[in-house]
Design a protein around this ligand. Structure first.
Ligand SMILES: [Zn+2]
Length: 552
């Protein structure tokens, strides 16, 4: 379970004695030396008298800070760095008074080749000419490699970025460009608008030989696809998918897109598939740029899914963000669920939910082993959440959300999601906040149902004998040691008669229960329950003659 008091006890999280509200960040990459210099000016509130201000920073050469507080300017001592917890502490000679203050820090860093933080890579154009780029990947905790900050998803602030870049290169950030002016000596300064209040891991900027598509206005938001020079003929498909998705999500969530523009940018050297930086979504090239004339349907579907997934995160993840990294499963499971809903609307003929079934089978296979894990588990160090980026988070997580949506009804579920997003906009939430909103929308005990699917591993086998259903844990063989498979679930049943149109929903919340049976009856109508079913032999015989009456 996740509680907000965790923040106070976790050594990987900074004390809330000083909290930022606005960053003004200036960075100048130097491609020749693969370094960058920067300054960050942070508006903050001192909430308790302190003598030190501690931020996250790693692999940065940080100078003493200046603090402007109560009309005075104070200079810190040499910052004290902690490599284990990745912090820089600025100590002052006197106690700092409670109230508003501004911290100014200058620093130098490495434009690394590790595909994280602020990093450098190269690509060759169609003529074989090399081009250099500098780009960012901050999730989960690499913003601190680019500038000192409160690098915690729950510490939200605005970010205003100014980049000093070679005159010949394009520059992009989370927000719209406000101004560009020459600095002489081949450099120019590009100033971007202040962002909405958001988490540090969503900050992004990119510098390089890129071109941008013309702007398309969708649901009041300007959309562009940005690509390495010479690849403008490969953006049509992603643009079509993104236009659809922006309209679809604005409508589904009933909240306007929260940023001031959306750029989808193809990065030649990118570790993940894509990253949901607000307003500047970075993609691996192959997940964004595609030639519809030569691509296969699965390749086109892949691009649409990734575009839909990342755009869903603009609301679920960026506007409302997990309180700490154990919540990343919900972020990813929900975006996977929404990518499917959106893709099904975009191209119904692809039958996205039917094609989800083989993926779901893969989750069943992992989850039936005693070595499985609960979808959500406690995370202390941010690194521990890396174990969550697997089939159980993305696919089982998506499948149990789909099961819940089908049990509550699609409209009720959507209304609960809307309420959750409205309530926690520009802020953070834990898993239970979502269940609470869905409970209010549905009147169903969503939290106690979902805890059985999220906080324990495995899934049940539901045995059906005439009108009696019984659940037991499903597994491959007996455990040789400890088992992560749970014992009992609250199982949503969709009881459907193949002989008449009757279709009713039940919750199997004990070991066994009776259900209304009318002729040939199935208990997993639509197939969305995340469980296996075993029918008594005469029922199975009757069912086997009616397979054509089942959903695809
Ligand atoms: Zn995602």
């Amino acid at each position: 379970m996740t509680t907000r008091t965790d923040a106070l006890e976790n050594p990987y999280r900074l004390a809330r004695t000083v909290v930022p509200s606005a960053y003004r960040l200036r960075l100048r990459p130097d491609f020749a030396t693969a370094t960058f210099t920067g300054t960050v000016e942070i508006s903050l509130a001192i909430t308790q008298p302190v003598r030190a201000i501690v931020l996250n920073a790693i692999e940065l050469d940080v100078e003493p800070a200046t603090l402007v507080v109560a009309g005075r300017s104070l200079r810190s001592g040499t910052p004290v760095l902690d490599g284990e917890f990745e912090t820089a502490a600025f100590n002052f000679d006197e106690e700092l008074p409670v109230g508003a203050a501004t911290l100014v820090v200058a620093f130098r860093g490495i434009l690394n080749d590790q595909l994280r933080g602020f990093y450098r890579s190269t690509f060759d154009d169609e003529h074989g000419a090399p081009h250099v780029i500098a780009t960012t990947q901050f999730a989960t905790t690499d913003a601190r490699r680019a500038f000192p900050c409160w690098d915690d998803p729950a510490v939200k602030a605005t970010f205003q970025v100014t980049l000093e870049v070679p005159e010949s290169l394009a520059a992009f950030a989370n927000t719209r460009e406000l101004a560009s002016r020459s600095l002489g000596e081949g450099y120019r300064e590009v100033t971007f608008a202040e962002s909405m209040v958001m988490s540090s891991y969503l900050v992004a900027f990119v510098v390089g030989d890129f071109e941008a598509s013309p702007e398309t206005v969708v649901a009041g938001t300007t959309l562009r696809v940005i690509y390495p020079v010479g690849k403008g003929h490969l953006i049509e498909w992603a643009t079509e998918a993104a236009v659809h998705a922006l309209e679809f999500f604005s409508d589904y969530f009933a909240i306007a897109y929260p940023g001031d523009k959306v750029d989808l940018i193809a990065i030649p050297d990118f570790a993940a598939g894509a990253m949901e930086n607000l307003g500047l979504i970075t993609f691996r090239e192959a997940d964004l740029l595609i030639d519809p004339d030569t691509a296969s349907i699965p390749e086109l579907e892949r691009v649409a899914l990734v575009v839909n997934h990342e755009l869903a995160h603009m609301w679920f993840g960026d506007l409302v963000t997990m309180e700490w990294w154990e919540g990343i499963w919900l972020n990813e499971a929900f975006a996977t669920f929404m990518e499917s809903i959106c893709t099904d609307h975009f191209r119904p003929e692809w039958q996205k939910w039917v094609r989800f079934q083989p993926q779901r089978e893969a989750a069943f296979a992992v989850d039936a082993q005693h070595s499985t894990r609960p979808i959500e588990f406690r995370v202390v160090s941010p690194d521990e959440c890396r174990g969550m980026f697997d089939v159980l988070t993305y696919i089982k997580g998506c499948a149990v959300l789909r099961m819940l949506e089908q049990y509550l009804g699609a409209t009720t579920f959507r209304d609960g999601i809307r309420a959750y997003l409205r309530r926690h906009s520009y802020a953070n939430a834990v898993t239970n906040d979502l269940w609470r909103a869905l409970e209010e929308a549905s009147g169903q005990p969503v939290g106690s149902i979902m805890d059985t699917w999220i906080l324990q591993g495995g899934f049940p086998l539901v045995r059906v004998e005439r009108d009696v259903v019984h659940q037991e844990p499903f597994s491959y063989g007996a455990p040789t040691g400890s088992s992560s498979i749970g014992t009992s679930w609250k199982v949503p049943l969709s009881v459907r008669s193949l002989d008449n149109a009757s279709n009713s929903k039940h919750l199997l919340d004990h070991d066994s229960a009776t259900i209304p049976v009318s002729g040939t009856t199935i208990v997993n109508g639509g197939g969305w329950g995340f469980f296996r079913t075993a029918y008594a032999s005469e029922q199975l015989r009757a069912l086997s003659t009616r397979l054509g009456d089942l959903d695809a």
